[in-house]
Design a protein around this ligand. Structure first.
Ligand code: SAM
Ligand code: DTB
Ligand code: SF4
Length: 329
């Protein structure tokens, strides 16, 4: 952990907050927050053992394994998202990964071709994949691929044993190589240290190009998972991490992601002040609850924040992620 990042994190709270806010204002205009709709297109029954996840088949969480959603049902949800003001539509699948030629992957590609005509940013999170699958997704119209590092390389084996941190980095390199934007962040509140969180941020900062968006999730302690009894994360730790992310990745959309149901309006206001400028919108995440649309509209209105319009151009990564891989060696 570079001492400079830890020193930044440990800056007196209001100094850190005003520094982050100043960086935010230098890079972002209009007091805008992007609204993103999530849809679980394939829920539950996942082979992986991510210890935070209600969709792993290894834990009794009450989440049933479902079939991949049909194109028309996904399209209807995407149209509703567009009409309700979302500028990004994110489709998630509880898979270890995808393979070219697999009929379910073909079905997802077919769905994406239609969803991408609606004028929203199109994000998918389908697990591990290589360069061929990444290129196919890009050609179908995906603008960003979400694949989180979730925590530090050192802590990762404590929460997942069925794949490695290097597997995650390899998928991210494939995404960049195909010219899609990378959406990559993590979860706090799994029992990791502050240094683990900053180490994750350090790895994110080593990406070339930097991630286009960084979701910061607070663990939703899902009943039946190994992490079901984890205590909620301290809100000021969340705000400090958001502030450091904004300062170190000034052009990234910093997405205040899972766990907002536990955050007061005041806590969320601090997160926005520290540089968060994107949220998941709608009353459901993948399997867990999210604040309702009315609550979010009232919060944004109270803070004089406006829903963000999509960018004309997404940053197009030019080369593979060699430096992010190098940082681990
Ligand atoms: N299977 C794919 C994968 O693992 O990349 C995509 C779906 S996975 C559910 C997407 C992300 O959701 C995870 O990487 C994690 O950051 C987040 N997530 C899942 N369960 C969570 C929970 N209980 N609390 C907070 N974040 C969670
Ligand atoms: C991300 O970082 N957070 C979203 C999205 N990417 C796919 C998922 C949050 C999931 C929360 C737990 C659930 O709904 O099961
Ligand atoms: Fe599967 Fe993704 Fe959940 Fe891990 S986080 S169990 S890979 S759905």
């Amino acid at each position: 952990m570079p001492s400079s990042l830890r020193a930044l994190y440990d800056t007196p709270f209001f100094d850190l907050l005003s520094h982050a806010h100043q960086v935010h204002r230098e890079h972002w205009t209009g007091n805008e927050v992007q609204l993103c709709t999530l849809l679980s297109i394939k829920t539950g029954g996942c082979s992986e053992d991510c210890s935070y996840c209600a969709q792993s088949a290894r834990y009794s969480t009450g989440v049933k394994a479902e079939r991949l959603m049909q194109k028309d049902d996904v399209l209807a949800a995407a149209r509703r998202a567009h009409e309700s003001g979302s500028t990004r539509f994110c489709m998630g699948a509880a898979w270890k990964g995808v393979r070219s030629g697999d009929s379910r992957f073909e079905q997802v590609l077919d769905t994406i071709r239609e969803v991408s005509k609606l004028g929203m940013e199109v994000c998918v999170t389908l697990g591990q994949m290589g360069p061929t699958e990444a290129r196919q997704l890009r050609e179908a119209g995906v603008t960003a691929y979400n694949h989180n590092l979730d925590t530090s390389p050192e802590f990762y084996p404590e929460i997942v044993s069925t794949h490695t941190y290097q597997d995650r980095l390899d998928t991210i390199a494939a995404v960049q190589g195909a010219g899609m934007a990378v959406c990559c962040g993590g979860i706090i509140g799994m029992g990791e240290s502050v240094d683990d969180r900053l180490r994750m941020l350090e790895v994110l900062c080593s990406f070339d190009p930097p991630p286009e968006s960084v979701p910061i999730n607070c663990l939703m302690a899902m009943p039946g998972t190994p992490l079901e009894d984890q205590a909620p994360v301290d809100v000021f730790e969340l705000v400090r991490l958001i502030a450091c992310t904004r300062i170190r990745l000034p052009r990234a959309k910093v997405r205040l992601s899972a766990g907002r149901t536990r955050l007061s309006r005041e806590a969320q206001a601090l997160c926005f002040y520290a540089g968060a400028n994107s949220i998941f919108y709608g009353d459901k995440l993948l399997t867990a609850a999210n604040p309702g649309e009315d609550a979010d509209h009232s919060l944004l209105a109270a803070l004089d924040l406006k829903p963000q319009r999509p960018f004309a151009d997404l940053p197009v990564p030019a080369r593979a992620n060699a430096e992010a891989v190098a940082v681990l060696h």
